[in-house]
Design a protein around this ligand. Structure first.
Ligand SMILES: Cc1cc2nc3c(=O)[nH]c(=O)nc-3n(C[C@H](O)[C@H](O)[C@H](O)COP(=O)(O)OP(=O)(O)OC[C@H]3O[C@@H](n4cnc5c(N)ncnc54)[C@H](O)[C@@H]3O)c2cc1C
Length: 458
C-alpha cells in the first residue's frame, strides 16, 4: 500500500520497485492463498486499504457475484475470507501498479527475491539481493511485516525434525499424523486459532493440546452496549500514566461486568486513544505493560469472528481440544515425536508440535538477514523497548548514532515499540499513506521538476 500510495500521489515522474521474496505482491503472509477457511478478524466495514476511502473494500466486495445480493448493512459486519481480502489487495496492485492510467506519473516494477542488505551509494543507496544483484535507489522503505515466532528452548535442535513446525504460516497440514495421533499447539492466540480451524476443516479427529501461560483463546466479536461513562469527561487518558490508567480501566470493566456487559467495550473505547497513550508512556511503563498486561489486552483486543470462535468452543466441548495454562520450559526430540516440557512439571508428547506463540517481538534478536545486517552496521537501531525499529514521527529511520537516515523509512509491525497498535489494517493503511507523503515531500524538496526519482520498496 506504500507503493500504491506513492504512485497515486506522486505529481512527478517516479519509479517504484517492490522487492518481495514470496512473489505475490499484496497478499503477504496474512492473505496468501494457503487456506480458504481463514476469515478476517476485522469486519468488512473497517478493512478498506485507503484511509481516505473508508468504504473502498465494501464497494469492491459488492462487485463480486457472491456478495452482490447481500444487503449492505449485513455485508459491513461480515468477516470475509482472508483469501478474498488477498484478491482485493492484488486487484489494487493490478490497478495502480501494473496497469496505471495515463495520468499516473509513476511506473513500477516487481522483483522476486530476498533483500539481504542496504548500503549507502552516491546520494542514495544500493539494495543487495541474495542472488548477488544490486538495485539502486534514492529511498528505501522497510515493510517486511511480522517476524516468525521466536525459537523456544530446545527448538534450534529440532529444525529438521519431522514432528516440529517452527513457523505456523507454512504448509504444516501436509504432515498430519494419523487420526489416533496427537497435535500440540504452542500458543493460544490467532495463529493457534488458525491451526485448530484448519484441523477441523480437514476433518482431522485426533487429540489437540494447546498450551499458553494463561490458557486464554481470543474472545469473539460482539455488539456492545452504549457506555458513555468511558472515557470520563475532562480526563486526558494519555496523561494518566500506566498505574492510574490501569486502575481506571479496572474500575470501568468491573462496572460493565455488574451490568452483565462485556468489559472488552473499554478496550474498543481505548482504541482511538491507544497510540497517544502509548506515546505518553515512559519506557518503563511500556515494558511493564508488555510484561504484565499485554496477554490480557490481546485476548480482548484481537477478537475473532463469532463463527470461528464457535469452532474453537465446539472443539473444546467435544473433548478434541484440551487447553493447558502453563509456560513452555523446553521442547525435545523423542524419536519421531516431540516432547513439550512445561514449567508445572508435566510433559505433553506430540506427533506434530506447532510453534504458534506469535510473531517474535525482540527486534535485536531478529532472524531476518536484512535486518541483522542493518543492525550490525548501525543503519537501524532498536527503539528503547527493543520491540521494533527506531523511527521519527514521519517514519524516517533513526540510526544507531541517533541521526535521521537520509534514505531509509519503515512501516508496519516493526514499529510496535513506537505505536503498540501497528499490526492490523486500520492502523497500517494510515501509515502507508504517511510514508508515501514523507517520501514524496522529501523528494519534492530535493529534486528538480522533471528529474525521475528512483524508489525501492522492500
Ligand atoms: C496469519 C495472519 C492473519 C492476519 N489477519 C489479519 C486480519 O484479519 N485483519 C487485519 O487487519 N490484520 C491481520 N493480520 C495483520 C497483518 O500483519 C496485516 O494486516 C498486514 O498483512 C501486514 O502487512 P505488511 O505488508 O506489513 O506485512 P506482510 O503482509 O507480511 O508483507 C511483508 C512481505 O515482505 C516479505 N519480506 C520480508 N523480508 C523480506 C526480505 N528481506 N526480502 C524480500 N521480501 C521480504 C515477506 O515475505 C512478505 O511477503 C494478520 C497477520 C497474520 C500473520
Amino acid at each position: 500500500m506504500c507503493a500504491v500510495n506513492l504512485t497515486r500521489l506522486s505529481q512527478r515522474p517516479l519509479r517504484v520497485t517492490v522487492v518481495d521474496d514470496r512473489g505475490s505482491v499484496g497478499r503477504g503472509v496474512a492473505y496468501g492463498v494457503r487456506r480458504p477457511e481463514y476469515l478476517l478478524n476485522v469486519a468488512a466495514r473497517n478493512m478498506s486499504a485507503f484511509p481516505d476511502e473508508p468504504d473502498h473494500f465494501l464497494q469492491w466486495l459488492q462487485t463480486r457475484a457472491e456478495f452482490e445480493q447481500t444487503p449492505e448493512v449485513e455485508l459491513r459486519e461480515r468477516f470475509i475470507p482472508r483469501q478474498i481480502y488477498g484478491d482485493y489487495l492484488r486487484s489494487i496492485v493490478q490497478h495502480h501498479l501494473q496497469s496505471p492510467g495515463e495520468l499516473t506519473f509513476a511506473s513500477s516494477e516487481f522483483v522476486t527475491g530476498m533483500a539481504v542488505d542496504v548500503e549507502p551509494a552516491g546520494s542514495g543507496c544500493g539494495v543487495h539481493l541474495a542472488d548477488g544483484s544490486l538495485l539502486e535507489a534514492d529511498r528505501v522503505v522497510l515493510a517486511t511485516g511480522n517476524e516468525p515466532p521466536a525459537p523456544l528452548p530446545g527448538s534450534e535442535e529440532l529444525e529438521a525434525h519431522p514432528a516440529w513446525v517452527g513457523n505456523p504460516w507454512t504448509a504444516w497440514e501436509t504432515r498430519l499424523p494419523p487420526m489416533d495421533g496427537t497435535i500440540v499447539i504452542l500458543g493460544t492466540g490467532l495463529s493457534a486459532v488458525d491451526a485448530v480451524v484448519t484441523l477441523r476443516e480437514l476433518g482431522w479427529m485426533g487429540r489437540i493440546h494447546a498450551v499458553s501461560r494463561h490458557g486464554w483463546f481470543p474472545h469473539a466479536h460482539f455488539r456492545g452496549i452504549e457506555y458513555p461513562e468511558f472515557p470520563p469527561a475532562g480526563i486526558d487518558l494519555a496523561e494518566l500514566g500506566l498505574r492510574e490508567l490501569h486502575s481506571l480501566v479496572t474500575k470501568h470493566c468491573a462496572a460493565l461486568h455488574e451490568r452483565n456487559a462485556n468489559p472488552a467495550i473499554i478496550v474498543d473505547k481505548l482504541r482511538p486513544h491507544t497510540q497517544r497513550i502509548w506515546g505518553g508512556f515512559t519506557t518503563d511503563e511500556r515494558l511493564t505493560f508488555a510484561k504484565e498486561h499485554a496477554a490480557r489486552w490481546n485476548v480482548f483486543r484481537h477478537r475473532i469472528a463469532p463463527v470461528i470462535h464457535a469452532q474453537i468452543t465446539g472443539s473444546q466441548l467435544t473433548g478434541q481440544l484440551w487447553v493447558h495454562a502453563a509456560g513452555i520450559a523446553k521442547v525435545t526430540a523423542a524419536w519421531d515425536r516431540v516432547d513439550v516440557q512445561m514449567d508445572d512439571g508435566s510433559t505433553l508428547s506430540g506427533d506434530l508440535v506447532i510453534n504458534a506463540t506469535g510473531p517474535s517481538t525482540r527486534f535485536s534478536a531478529t532472524r531476518s538477514v536484512l535486518l541483522r545486517n542493518l543492525l550490525r552496521r548501525g543503519v537501524v537501531a532498536p527503539d528503547a523497548t527493543d520491540m521494533g525499529v527506531r523511527v521519527d514521527a514521519d517514519h524516517t529511520v533513526v540510526d544507531g548514532a541517533g541521526e535521521r537516515s537520509p534514505w531509509l523509512l519503515a512501516v508496519g509491525p516493526m514499529l510496535r515499540g513506537t505505536y503498540w497498535e501497528t499490526i492490523a489494517v486500520p492502523e497500517l493503511r494510515s501509515q502507508a499513506r504517511r510514508v508515501a507523503e514523507t517520501v514524496l515531500g522529501a523528494a519534492h524538496d530535493e529534486r528538480g521538476d522533471l528529474q525521475p526519482q528512483l524508489e525501492y520498496m522492500i
